[in-house]
Write a protein that binds this ligand. Sequence first.
Ligand code: DAT
Length: 180
Amino acid sequence: MIIAVTGTPGVGKTTVSKLLSKRLGYEYVGVKEFAVERDIGEKVGDEIEIDIDELAEKMVEEFKGKNVVIDGHLSHFVPSDLVVVLRVHPRLVAERLKDRGYSRKKLAENVEAELIDVILVEALEENERVIEVDTTGKTPEEVVDEIIGLIERGVKKRVGIVDWSEAYDEVLPYLNLGGE
Ligand code: DAT
C-alpha cells in the first residue's frame, strides 16, 4: 500500500512518516530526496522546483504494489492508496518555521496555507481516500497510533476535523497582508 503523508511545512510530516513506516514495516521515502536523486524538476538556487507530473509518474513506476510511506508536502499529488493530511494549529507552524529560519514571506505563506486548509483541499482534489489528523497537543507516537487505528478500522475518508478560523487573530502578526 502506498501511504502519502502530507501537510503544511512544519506540521510534523517527516517525524510522523518515519515513525509510521517503522511501525508498519514499510519503506520510508522523502519526496525531496527522491526528486533530487532522480533529477525531477529544475534547480532554483539551493532548492529544487519539483515537476509534479514527473514525480507522480516516477513514484508510481517505482512503488506500485509495494508498501511505502511517502513524506512531503507534494506527496498528495502521487496516486496513493491513502493520503494522510497532518494538521497543526497555525501558531505552531509559525513557531516551527521561524526556528527553521524561514523568511517572513515564506512563513506568512505557510501559516496562511495551514489556516485555510490549502493542502487538504488539494489532497481531496487528487485522491479518493483522504484522512485528516490533528496533531496539536499530541506526541508523534499518539499521531501514529491514531493513523494506524484509522487504517485498521478501514476508514475511507475523514476530513473537516479542524477549523482554524478562531486562530486567525492570534496568527495575524505572522501574515503578510497586502505586503510583499
Ligand atoms: P515537516 O516534515 O512537516 O516539515 P517535521 O517532522 O520536520 O515537519 O517537524 C517539525 C518540527 O516539529 C520538528 O522540530 C519536530 C517537531 N514535531 C513534529 N511532530 C511533533 C509532535 N507531534 N509534537 C511535537 N513536536 C513535533
